[in-house]
Design a protein around this ligand. Structure first.
Ligand SMILES: *Cc1c(COP(=O)(O)O)cnc(C)c1O
Length: 379
């Protein structure tokens, strides 16, 4: 089945009791049993909920995986992956990642004895070099938030697989419409569903997708034992969001391309980070592993100081100043003081995340209106 069809039908079955075409919101905490331990597969809603089951089926299908699991947030999903490990185990991960992931790794799991090595994963040889006999997991984000760095998933899977090291990929920025890490050899895909999968800035949710049954059992055990499960209403909203993923991503990519090119030609703009440019260091890999380049981009002004960046950030009208991304409406964000404020300045600067960097989540409004808005703000 082609992706556009999958997005409409994945996880959708007429409701067995009424034939309702849309999955009902099973707003219940428990299920009546016929006799002790005799039930229809549903005992307690932290462990099972039919709305969530439908969504988890959809998650698996849209990432070409066998299994999907839904979590109450993206970091809740990441948290479950790290809980596969034991104290003393090592994780090799990228040095440019979502600030909340960095905070979870360095402030929570480091304390519990898990060791994180932050490296430049855009060169697979660096990953090979960083792996030791204690390494149990490689955590990749590609493209990265906010610098749009690209790592070669297939090349890194070729390093981890023979060593029995798990490879997990945060696929939030690309969405399943542009990149499918399981097909490239990853063991686990993670999504902040809050972003492109939900697509309408009205829900916080996370997802994990995988192919291995044993891995699915371990992650399901963590999901129900630790309890970061989404409510049925949120699952319903995401089931609805996924139906338009194909058309939304086409529009995001089209607008992203137009805005990236327009910004690059603007006399006051110094640099645009967008993997669709041939000069982007990750362009060749992005072209190989992604279907298109998405609606996320960052840029720096020639007048690179925090005051000038703040002036632009406060002057747009269609681009709302807000954290998050991936909704139909355009957002503008200042990583240094907002999404990435939890990364120490020195660390940020080392990786090229400057004080003046501005990140855009390009929505699906008319591109002419978006350009006019940015043009007035940049001045
Ligand atoms: C937002 C985001 C997360 C965290 O997801 P939440 O749903 O906010 O918990 C993780 N990774 C990336 C790339 C993100 O953009």
């Amino acid at each position: 089945m082609k992706p556009a069809t999958k997005y409409i039908h994945a996880g959708s079955h007429p409701d067995p009791s009424t034939g309702a075409i849309m999955t009902p919101i099973y707003q219940t905490s428990t299920y009546v049993q016929e006799a002790p331990a005799r039930h229809k597969g549903f005992e307690y809603a932290r462990s099972q909920n039919p709305t969530r089951t439908a969504l988890e089926e959809a998650f698996a299908i849209i990432e070409n995986g066998k299994y999907g699991l839904a979590f109450s947030s993206g970091v809740g999903a990441t948290d479950a992956v790290i809980k596969l490990l034991n104290a003393g185990d090592e994780v090799v991960c990228g040095n440019d990642m979502y600030g909340g992931t960095y905070r979870l790794f360095t402030k929570v799991f480091s304390r519990l004895g898990i060791i994180f090595k932050f490296i430049d994963t855009t060169k697979p040889a660096n990953v090979e070099q960083a792996i030791s006999n204690k390494t149990k997991l490689v955590w990749l984000e590609t493209p990265t938030n906010p610098l749009m760095n690209v790592s070669d998933i297939a090349a890194i899977a070729a390093i981890t697989r023979p060593k029995n090291i798990l490879l997990a990929v945060d696929n939030t920025f690309a969405s399943p419409a542009l990149q499918n890490p399981l097909d490239l050899g990853a063991d686990i895909v993670m999504h902040s569903v809050t972003k492109y999968l939900g697509g309408h800035s009205d829900v916080i949710q996370g997802a994990l997708m995988m192919n291995d049954a044993e891995l699915r059992e371990k992650l399901y055990f963590i999901q129900k034992s630790c309890g970061a499960v989404p409510g049925p209403m949120d699952c319903f909203l995401v089931l609805r969001g996924i139906k338009t993923l194909g058309v939304r991503m086409k529009a995001h990519c089209e607008n992203g391309r137009i805005i990236a090119q327009w910004l690059r030609s603007h006399p006051k703009v110094a640099k645009v980070y967008w993997p669709g440019f041939e000069g982007h260091p990750g362009h060749a890999v992005a072209k190989k592993q992604m279907k298109d380049f998405g609606g996320m981009l960052s840029f720096e002004l020639k007048n690179d100081n925090i005051e000038e960046a703040k002036r632009v950030l406060s002057s747009t009208h269609l681009f709302s100043l807000a954290e998050s991304l991936g909704g139909v409406e355009s957002l503008i964000n200042h990583p240094a003081s907002m999404t990435h404020a939890s990364i120490p300045r020195e660390e940020r600067m080392k990786n090229g995340l400057t004080d003046g960097l501005i990140r855009l989540s390009v929505g699906i409004e008319d591109a002419d209106d978006l350009i006019e808005d940015l043009n007035k703000a940049i001045g």
